[in-house]
Design a protein around this ligand. Structure first.
Ligand SMILES: NC(=O)c1ccc[n+]([C@@H]2O[C@H](COP(=O)([O-])OP(=O)(O)OC[C@H]3O[C@@H](n4cnc5c(N)ncnc54)[C@H](OP(=O)(O)O)[C@@H]3O)[C@@H](O)[C@H]2O)c1
Length: 281
C-alpha cells in the first residue's frame, strides 16, 4: 500500500467523486494514504465524503464544486491545484445517454462526448504533461465494456467510451517511456446512481451481471502499472473474450442491437425531447 502511494503520490485528482465509482476511488486511495482532490457538481456531497475520509484516514481532502461542461472547467481545476502535486489522475466523471440517437436531445449527446471524452483528454494532456516532466505519476481512464463494442441505442455513449479506451491504451505506451503509468478501467454494469437512475432500461433482460463498486475500483488500482486495460469481473471478461475472438464485429453490433432493444422498456424512444440549436436541421 505504502509502495503504491510512494510510487505515485502526493495527491490523487478524481472527477465525478460525489458518488459511485469515483467516490469509491476516493475511499480506497485515502486508505492507501493519498491526499485527494475531489471534483463534481454536488459540492455538499463532496464535502460530506471529504469529512468522512478525513476523520477515518487523516489525509488532506480538497473539494472543487464544478460543472465539467463549463467552458473554463479545466482551467479552474488547474488553477485550484497549482500549489500541489497531482500524482494520480482519474478522469472518471461521465454521462450516460441511451435511446434512439436521432430523437435524443442534441445537447445531451454533445455533452456526453464532451464530458466522457474531451474533458478526460484535456486533463490527461495537462496533468500527464506535468507527470512526464517529473517522470512520476499515473492515470486511470474510465471506459466501459460498452466501449469495446458498437452498441445500438447507446451509440454515442459507447463511441465516447471507445475513444477513452483507445487513447488510454495508446498513452500507456507513450507515457511509460516518460515514467508515467496509464491504464483503462472498463467496468461492466456496476451498481451506482447512473444505473439505478436509468429510465427505460431493464438490464435484467440482458446477459450481464451487476457488480458493486468496491471490486471494480480494486481491480483498476491493481492493474495500474501492470496492464494497459482491465475489465473487472469474470463474467464481463468472458463476454469480452467471446465477443472479440468468436464473433465478427458486425454480428456483435447486431446482437447488441437485439439485446438492448429487448431490454428497453420504452423501445427506441427518446430520452429527452429533441433540442437542437435553431438552424441546424
Ligand atoms: N455504473 C456503470 O454501470 C458503469 C459502467 C461502465 C462505465 N461507467 C463509467 O463510470 C464512471 C462513473 O460513473 P458511475 O457509474 O459511478 O455513476 P455516478 O454514480 O452517476 O457518478 C457520476 C459522477 O460524475 C459526476 N458528474 C456528472 N456530470 C458531471 C458534470 N457535468 N460535471 C462534473 N461532474 C459530473 C457526478 O457528480 P455530480 O452529479 O455531483 O456532478 C458523479 O460524481 C462514468 O464515466 C461511467 O460512464 C459506469
Amino acid at each position: 500500500m505504502k509502495a503504491f502511494k510512494n510510487k505515485y503520490g502526493d495527491y490523487a485528482l478524481i472527477t465525478g467523486a460525489s458518488s459511485g465509482i469515483g467516490a469509491e476511488f476516493a475511499r480506497q486511495l485515502a486508505a492507501m494514504g493519498f491526499n485527494l482532490v475531489l471534483v463534481a457538481r454536488r459540492v455538499s456531497r463532496l464535502d460530506e465524503l471529504a469529512a468522512t475520509i478525513n476523520r477515518q484516514y487523516r489525509v488532506d481532502v480538497k473539494t472543487i464544486g464544478l460543472d465539467l461542461l463549463d467552458e473554463r472547467a479545466v482551467e479552474t481545476i488547474v488553477a485550484a491545484t497549482k500549489n500541489i502535486q497531482i500524482g494520480l489522475l482519474i478522469p472518471n466523471a461521465g454521462l450516460e445517454v441511451h435511446g434512439d440517437f436521432v430523437s435524443n436531445s442534441y445537447e445531451m449527446e454533445s455533452n456526453t462526448i464532451k464530458l466522457n471524452a474531451l474533458v478526460p483528454m484535456q486533463l490527461a494532456h495537462i496533468f500527464g504533461g506535468k507527470m512526464a516532466e517529473r517522470r512520476k505519476g499515473g492515470i486511470i481512464f474510465v471506459s466501459s465494456t460498452f466501449g469495446h463494442q458498437s452498441v445500438p441505442y447507446f451509440a454515442n455513449y459507447s463511441a465516447s467510451k471507445a475513444y477513452v479506451l483507445s487513447i488510454g491504451q495508446a498513452l500507456n505506451y507513450e507515457l511509460k517511456k516518460k515514467g508515467v503509468d496509464v491504464t483503462v478501467l472498463s467496468p461492466g454494469l456496476t451498481k451506482t446512481e447512473m444505473t439505478q437512475g436509468m429510465k427505460g432500461m431493464d438490464f435484467s433482460k440482458m446477459p450481464i451481471i451487476e457488480m458493486g463498486v468496491e471490486p471494480v475500483v480494486r481491480k483498476a488500482l491493481k492493474a495500474l502499472g501492470k496492464k494497459q486495460a482491465v475489465i473487472p469481473g469474470k463474467w464481463n471478461n468472458m463476454m469480452d473474450i467471446m465477443g472479440k475472438f468468436t464473433t465478427p464485429r458486425w454480428m456483435l453490433t447486431n446482437m447488441f442491437g437485439f439485446l438492448v432493444s429487448r431490454a428497453m422498456t420504452r423501445p427506441a424512444q427518446a430520452v429527452k425531447a429533441v433540442k437542437q440549436p435553431a438552424g441546424l436541421r
